[in-house]
Design a protein around this ligand. Structure first.
Ligand SMILES: Nc1nc2c(c(=O)[nH]1)N[C@H]1C(S)=C(S)[C@@H](COP(=O)(O)OP(=O)(O)OC[C@H]3O[C@@H](n4cnc5c(=O)[nH]c(N)nc54)[C@H](O)[C@@H]3O)O[C@H]1N2
Ligand SMILES: Nc1nc2c(c(=O)[nH]1)N[C@H]1C(S)=C(S)[C@@H](COP(=O)(O)OP(=O)(O)OC[C@H]3O[C@@H](n4cnc5c(=O)[nH]c(N)nc54)[C@H](O)[C@@H]3O)O[C@H]1N2
Ligand code: SF4
Ligand SMILES: [Mo]
Length: 705
């Protein structure tokens, strides 16, 4: 028990205000570090802080996020690989090595031999600077980031349909106002747990929930109707639902006529569908499809949410467009209790896709191939438009170029690509061929292990900056904990390197706020307009929704109330064909593998596997399989089994569960090496957004004993 006399003095007690480093909710919290006596081991206490998104909740990952950052094995000095071992070097030596390698490669093969690879956990300021660093300091076209695997399908669908991509078109307070909600390929209970109460509140109000997932999850538990779809068949299923909407006269003709284009083509493509065939190919009965359509079509207000289950498919872009057609043809947009949400994944998954770390993009959601956008950004950066490189290629296509030795050096900031890319064996082979791999990270990730040089960076709790959460709400993450060892902020590394590369005059910033001031101007007039947002406002107002075009603008919680963002003010509908996954099962690979997440771990697990509390809950990977299927393939509960695809194999623990379809197995993505599920996945890409089909490939399972 703590008594008054044993209470540590204030000198031994420090409090850090911060935001959870993990998912897109960006819950705020306070971490307190106390020492009973000087030199004693610190004890940490974490309390949630009231904030609009999580309403003061934290999930188990947030509660334990201090562990990896404060007590884990952080990298504290630059490390260079010599004879296969890492040895510490000074920053000066590290930077000189980078300059020497970059100059040599660029002199011989041109700047496009250099690639940059960013991430959705970087702050807006760093994401912005990384894009500028690629185009101005290195002058390479090759930059992309891990969000390609995350938000690219929903982002391109939102841009094409509405003219703007902001994850949620409406504030979360609208959720309990919806009479019907479709949750398609989203497991909010495990992936954005602190948002679940918005949905349970809706349930208490009588909202009818339709959840689409091949498995039963914490989220399907809320369903009135669970459509246990065959993996990869969401577009067909959504088409079937729309066919019934049409047949039953549940179309909002007024909304369709006044606010959309393209419905006639959608109508004729739906007319040609046969509900019996749709039921066959999707694995969902015609009766259930009808039930879903009637509930959705008759509801006075309705919302649709999609996440990676629908989007990480080789037709991810079109599958999302089909769900958007559904919301639009029933007039469920731009009103309280109506709208669409692409449930964004990473902490800055929204901001990370707006400010120019994507191959085809410039800040403010501008396009690198649009002459006006090029001229504007060149003006902000003080260069000639002709000096801006053209568009590069998507993340996995960069890996292909690395394999082909076109890209000879890679600078990774905020990602662990060897675990998160599809076809991981191929990716690893490629990274080993690089002349020079630099990884900026806090930890020795699986990718960092392969690096020639590792640069130690600050963690969330030390690094001030803005993050834009899944609602499009820009938040200022404060940071008052000193940076440990010799680690540096990502943005500072980019500025110091630019100086050495002779481009320092374009990168003179003393704080993240300085960078944000430039970002405001660079985004001004763009789709994601941050011009009206300042650090001063963020300190006072807690968070501001973009677009926010002027400092006296309140921000935009609900979008598209009067018009959509296209020049004609209308949303664009498009017919969506039935699509089958790129890889189908056969006698050798008879099961569909789908992949995803568990509550306790985050992405490739570099951070959460270093938290003792989280690691203890889920210590290894596993395969979820139906007991009937397990019996048929001779694998037993609790044993280690081999899972093989055409590209590789892994060994995981077998977990029997009646919750999953009999033709499907599930493996989470949080482990590397022999448990890296991406050794199995198919690298075929969506033709529009270049998203890999992470959610379906064909595998077989084998007992090891
Ligand atoms: N605990 C935890 N939370 C996270 C993360 C994490 O790693 N761990 N990561 C964050 C990030 S970056 C992201 S992108 C989000 C991801 O959030 P989600 O997209 O919600 O997570 P997933 O588990 O990848 O997939 C969601 C569901 O899709 C289902 N599914 C699989 N195949 C299909 C299909 O073909 N159709 C349909 N309809 N469903 C299918 C899976 O069974 C799964 O339950 O989560 C964020 N939050
Ligand atoms: N099979 C399969 N594969 C998938 C998915 C799937 O559902 N199934 N999901 C995909 C999705 S949605 C995503 S988002 C990707 C994510 O894939 P990754 O980008 O590989 O994800 P992380 O594990 O978050 O890796 C982030 C790395 O950056 C480091 N880091 C964290 N914060 C910072 C920072 O501020 N600065 C720097 N420099 N480093 C930092 C971490 O320590 C970690 O090593 O994986 C994709 N891969
Ligand atoms: S993981 Fe997401 S829901 Fe959980 S505390 Fe962190 S930000 Fe909040
Ligand atoms: Mo993601």
């Amino acid at each position: 028990m703590i008594t008054a006399t044993s209470m540590p003095s204030s000198a031994d007690r420090k409090t850090f205000d911060t935001q959870c480093p993990f998912c897109s909710v960006q819950c705020k919290m306070e971490v307190t570090e106390e020492r009973a006596a000087s030199g004693a081991r610190p004890v940490y206490t974490v309390v949630p802080k009231l904030n609009a998104a999580s309403e003061g909740r934290l999930c188990i990952k947030g509660m334990n996020a201090y562990q990896h950052a404060l007590t884990g094995d952080r990298i504290l000095q630059p490390l260079v690989k010599k004879d296969g071992h890492f040895v510490p070097v000074s920053w000066e030596e590290a930077y000189l090595l980078i300059k020497r390698k970059f100059d040599a490669l660029s002199d011989n093969g041109g700047p496009d031999t250099l690639g940059l690879y960013g991430g959705g956990s970087l702050t807006n300021e760093t994401a912005y600077l990384l894009g500028k660093f690629a185009r101005v300091a290195l002058q390479t076209r090759y930059i992309d980031y891990n969000g390609r695997f995350c938000m690219s399908a929903a982002a391109s669908a939102g841009n094409k349909t509405f003219g703007a991509d902001r994850g949620l078109t409406n504030p979360m307070s609208d959720i309990p106002l919806a009479k019907c909600i479709i949750l398609a390929g989203t497991n909010i209970a495990e992936c954005q747990p602190t948002l679940m109460p918005y949905f349970t509140r809706a349930k208490e109000n009588g909202t009818y929930f339709i959840v689409i997932d091949p498995r039963e999850t914490g989220t399907t538990a809320i369903a009135d109707l669970h459509l246990k779809v065959k993996p990869g068949m969401d577009a067909a299923l959504a088409g079937g639902i729309q066919k019934v909407l049409l047949d039953e006269g549940l179309i909002d003709e007024k909304f369709v006529n006044e606010r959309t284009t393209g419905f006639d083509d959608v109508r004729s493509s739906l007319e040609s569908l046969d509900l019996g065939e749709i039921a066959d190919i999707t694995g969902v009965s015609a009766e259930q499809i009808r039930q879903a359509a009637l509930a959705f079509g008759k509801a006075a207000t309705a919302m649709v949410f999609t996440a990676r289950g629908v989007e990480q498919q080789t037709d991810g872009y079109m599958a999302v467009r089909s769900f958007l057609n559904m919301a639009l043809m029933t007039g469920n947009m731009g009103k309280p209790g109506c709208g669409y949400g692409a449930v964004t994944g990473q902490g800055n998954g929204q901001g990370g896709r707006e400010h120019g770390q994507k191959a085809d993009q410039l800040p403010g959601y501008r396009l690198i191939e649009n002459p006006e956008d090029r001229a504007y950004i060149a003006g902000v950066w003080g260069i000639e438009p002709a000096e801006l490189p053209g568009k590069g290629v998507s993340a996995y296509e960069m890996m292909q170029k690395i394999h082909a030795r076109e890209i000879r050096s890679l600078f990774v900031m905020g990602s662990n690509p060897i675990v998160s890319n599809p076809n991981a064996n191929f990716v690893e082979e490629g990274l080993k061929k690089l002349d020079f791999l630099v990884v900026a990270d806090m930890f020795m990730s699986e990718t960092a292990r392969l690096a020639d040089l590792i640069l130690p960076v600050s963690a969330y709790i030390e690094n001030e900056g803005t993050m834009t959460n899944l609602e499009g709400r820009v938040l200022l993450r404060p940071a008052n904990r000193p940076v440990p060892g010799e680690a540096k902020h990502d943005w500072r590394i980019l500025c110091e390197l630019a100086e050495l590369l002779g481009k320092g005059s374009f990168f003179r910033y003393e704080s993240s706020e300085d960078i944000f001031e430039e970002l405001r101007i660079a985004s001004r007039g763009g789709i994601a307009d941050y011009y009206g947002i300042t650090y001063e406002r963020l300190r006072k107002e807690e968070g501001i929704y973009w677009p926010c075009p002027s400092v006296d603008h309140p921000g935009s919680p609900r979008m598209f109330e009067a018009k959509f963002a296209h020049a004609n003010g209308k949303a664009e509908m498009v017919p969506v064909p039935v699509h089958f996954p790129d890889e189908r099962t056969d006698d050798s690979y008879p099961l569909n593998l789908t992949t995803g997440r568990v509550l306790t771990h985050y992405l490739t697990g570099v951070q959460t596997r270093r938290s003792h509390t989280l690691a203890a809950r889920d210590v290894e990977s596993y395969l979820e399989i139906h007991p009937v299927t397990a019996r048929k393939h001779g694998v037993r509960e609790g044993t280690l089994i081999k899972v093989a695809s055409r590209r590789g194999e892994i060994v995981v623990r077998c977990r029997l569960s009646g919750a999953i379809r009999e033709d499907t197995v599930f493996v989470p993505m949080h482990w590397g090496d022999t448990q890296n599920v991406n050794k199995l996945t198919n690298p075929a890409l969506d033709p529009t957004c270049r998203m890999p089909g992470f959610k379906v490939c064909a595998v077989r399972v084998e007992s090891l004993f």
